[in-house]
Each structure stands twice: as C-alpha cells, then as structure tokens.
Design a protein around this ligand. Structure first.
Ligand SMILES: [Zn+2]
Ligand SMILES: [Zn+2]
Length: 102
C-alpha cells in the first residue's frame, strides 16, 4: 500500500473514509480495520490514491496525458514572436493578435 494525494500537495497523512474503530469500555482506541478502500489527504482534503493498488491504471493515465500534450500545436505569434500553444484560445496571450494555424 502506498497512498499519495491526487493533487500531489506533498501531504503524507491520510484519513481512511470507511474504517471501523474498535474501542474498549471507556472508548479508548484499541484497533481498527478498513472496511473498504477510500482515503483523503489530511493536508488538502483531496482524494488519495493507493499506488500499490493501481500502478497500471496510473501509468495509462500518464501516458495518455503525454500523448495529449504531444499533439498540441505550437505557433509563433507573427506580431511579437511569442511561442503560443494552440488550443481553444486563438489569440496571442502576449499581444492579443489573432493567430492562424500554419
Ligand atoms: Zn493533498
Ligand atoms: Zn503576440
């Protein structure tokens, strides 16, 4: 088991969402067990991911992100020569000139 925050905030403490805690007669913690997987980062509150459980799924995600980044076209703004990644926004973020895909 290896939990990481899905926002990668660097938090190292997590809370199990579905844990059953065993207590003694005065309510003092004795033991616990996790009823089903489900963790949140205590630092930022984001869901946590068990890398020990899903390395394959995570790798697939990372590969897909890489592929999406790779197909993003880059153009040079004809006015100010800023390198701009083309997406929904077809204006130069630097000078506001309209851009054309070559
Ligand atoms: Zn976090
Ligand atoms: Zn420009």
């Amino acid at each position: 088991m290896f939990l990481v925050c899905t926002r990668r905030c660097g938090g190292t403490l997590f809370r199990a969402l579905f844990a059953e805690v065993e207590v003694d007669a005065v309510g003092a913690y004795q033991d616990h067990r996790v009823a089903q997987p489900g963790y949140v980062c205590l630092n930022c509150g984001s869901p946590a991911l068990d890398l020990g459980e899903v390395p394959a799924a995570l790798e697939a995600d990372a590969r897909q992100e890489e592929a999406e980044t790779a197909v993003m076209a880059e153009v040079l703004c004809p006015v100010c020569e800023t390198r701009v990644q083309l997406d929904a926004n077809m204006e130069c973020p630097n000078c506001g000139s309209p851009l054309e895909v070559a």
